[in-house]
Design a protein around this ligand. Structure first.
Ligand code: NIG
Ligand code: FE
Length: 391
C-alpha cells in the first residue's frame, strides 16, 4: 500500500467527508472551535460543517480518529526566492555580533550568480517544506536582485508559486548606488518590468535601508502602477515605517518590533495589519514584539515566518506559533488565529484562513487532539496531512 502523501489537492476529490474530528477550528462567529465534528469538501471548497454523526456522505472519506483539524496556515511574509545561505552570519550573531541590513547584499550576490532554473528549484523546495508544515497560502517577495532583470526574474519565479507576489526592489541600496538615484530606478524602469508579475509593493523602511520619504515615494509609485502597499517597518529600531504604512493605507506593516504608543494607536485607528515575525527575533536576538500590547489596543495582527536567509531561515508556521505563545504574550488560540485568519487579513483575502462554508478547502490535520499542541509540543512535526484547494 502506498502511504498517502502529506500534501494533497482537495480538488482531486469531487467530494470528501472528514469525520470524527476531535477538534475542528473554523473561526465561525458562533462556534469558532467545535468538538467531535465533521466537514465536507466539494470542488475544493468547504461545503458543510457540523457534528460528526450528521456528516453527509461524500465520494471519498477520511476518518480523523479524534485528531484536530485547523485552517491551513497563511504565511503573509516570505522572501522565498534566493540562492545561498548565511549560516556563518547566524553563528557569528549567536556569538554576539549585531545584525546589519547590509547582509542582504551577500544574498544578492549569490542570487545573481544562480540560474533561473536553480532559483525556481530552490524556491519550490522551500515551498514544499512550508506546505508539509501546514502552510497553504504564502506571500513571496523579490528583493534579492536589485537590478531590473533580476527583480523581474524573481517575481516571475514567485508568480509560478503563488498569486501573492510582492515587488521589493526597495530592499536595500545596492553597492555603488546613490540612494535617490536607486529610488528613481525602483520607481521607474524596475517598477515597469516588475508590476505585471506583482500584486504588492513593499519597501524596507529602516536606518541603513530607506527613509520615510524614499519609502513613501516607492509605495506611491507602486500604487499608481496598480499594486497595493505593504511595508517592512520598525524592525531594528524605532522609526517612521509604521506611520508611513498607515498614511498610505498599506495592508500591513510587518515586523513592528519597536513601537511607540503613537505607532500602536495609528495601527489601531487605520486597521493596518501588524505582521509579527518572531523567527527574526529568534535569529537576531532582538527583543520579541509585544503582541499582547497590540491586541489590547485593538490592532489586527498576523503571524508569519519572514522566511529568508538573513534574519529568519525557517519555513515553519508551527515554530512561529510556539514562539508567539512563549515569547509574545499570546494564548495558543490567539497565536493560531494570527497564523490563519490574521494571516489572511494581511493580503486582504477572505477565502482562506478559516473553514467556514465557502472557504477554500485548505486545511491541516494534526497528529494531536487540539491546536494547543502546536505550542505545547514545539519542534514536533504534528502536521500529518495537508489539503490544499489548488497545489
Ligand atoms: O525581513 N528586513 C528586511 N529584509 C529581511 C532580511 C533580509 C536579509 O537579511 O537578507 C527581513 O528581515
Ligand atoms: Fe522580510
Amino acid at each position: 500500500m502506498t502511504p498517502s502523501p502529506i500534501v494533497e489537492r482537495a480538488g482531486s476529490h469531487s467530494s470528501l467527508a472528514i469525520t470524527h474530528i476531535g477538534e475542528l477550528v473554523t473561526w465561525d462567529d458562533d462556534q469558532p472551535i467545535r468538538r467531535d465534528a465533521g466537514l465536507v469538501i466539494e470542488d475544493g471548497r468547504v461545503a458543510w460543517v457540523g457534528p460528526s454523526a450528521d456528516t453527509p456522505s461524500a465520494d471519498d472519506a477520511i476518518d480523523a480518529d479524534g485528531r484536530a483539524v485547523v485552517p491551513g496556515f497563511v504565511d503573509s511574509h516570505t522572501h522565498l526566492v534566493f540562492a545561498g545561505d548565511r549560516a556563518e552570519e547566524f553563528a557569528a550573531r549567536m556569538a554576539g555580533q549585531r545584525y546589519e541590513a547590509g547582509g542582504i547584499r551577500t544574498t544578492v550576490a549569490a542570487t545573481l550568480a544562480a540560474s533561473e532554473d536553480e532559483l525556481l528549484r530552490l524556491a519550490r523546495r522551500r515551498l514544499a517544506e512550508a506546505r508539509a508544515q501546514g502552510t497553504t497560502t504564502i506571500e513571496i517577495k523579490s528583493g534579492y536582485g536589485l537590478d531590473v532583470a533580476t527583480e523581474e526574474r524573481l517575481l516571475r519565479i514567485a508568480s509560478e508559486l503563488t498569486p501573492e507576489t510582492t515587488y521589493l526592489g526597495a530592499h536595500v541600496v545596492p553597492d555603488g548606488w546613490d540612494a535617490d538615484a536607486y529610488v528613481d530606478l525602483v520607481t521607474g524602469d524596475m517598477l515597469a518590468a516588475c508590476a505585471p508579475h506583482a500584486r504588492w509593493v513593499d519597501a524596507f523602511c529602516e536606518t541603513g535601508a530607506f527613509d520615510a520619504d524614499q519609502t513613501r515615494t516607492v509605495l506611491e509609485a507602486g500604487m499608481a502602477a496598480g499594486l497595493q502597499a505593504r511595508v517592512h517597518a520598525n524592525q531594528l529600531g524605532f522609526g517612521p515605517g509604521v506611520q508611513v504604512a498607515c498614511e498610505v493605507g498599506a495592508a500591513a506593516a510587518d515586523h513592528c518590533t519597536y513601537l511607540t504608543d503613537a505607532d500602536v494607536a495609528a495601527l489601531a485607528d487605520s486597521g493596518v495589519v501588524a505582521g509579527l515575525l518572531p523567527g527574526v527575533e529568534f535569529s537576531t536576538r532582538h527583543p520579541y514584539p509585544d503582541a499582547r500590547r497590540l491586541l489590547d489596543a485593538g490592532v489586527r495582527i498576523a503571524l508569519a515566518t519572514d522566511c529568508n536567509p538573513g534574519t529568519s531561515y525557517t519555513s515553519s508556521m508551527p515554530f512561529c506559533i510556539a514562539l508567539a505563545v512563549r515569547e509574545m504574550g499570546l494564548t495558543p488560540t490567539e497565536a493560531l488565529f494570527a497564523a490563519t485568519q490574521g494571516g489572511a487579513w494581511s493580503p486582504r483575502r477572505d477565502d482562506v484562513g478559516h473553514l467556514r462554508p465557502g472557504a477554500r478547502a485548505d486545511l491541516a490535520l494534526l497528529d494531536a487532539p487540539s491546536h494547543v499542541h502546536l505550542a505545547y509540543r514545539p519542534g514536533v512535526p504534528l502536521v500529518s496531512r495537508v489539503l490544499v484547494a489548488e497545489v
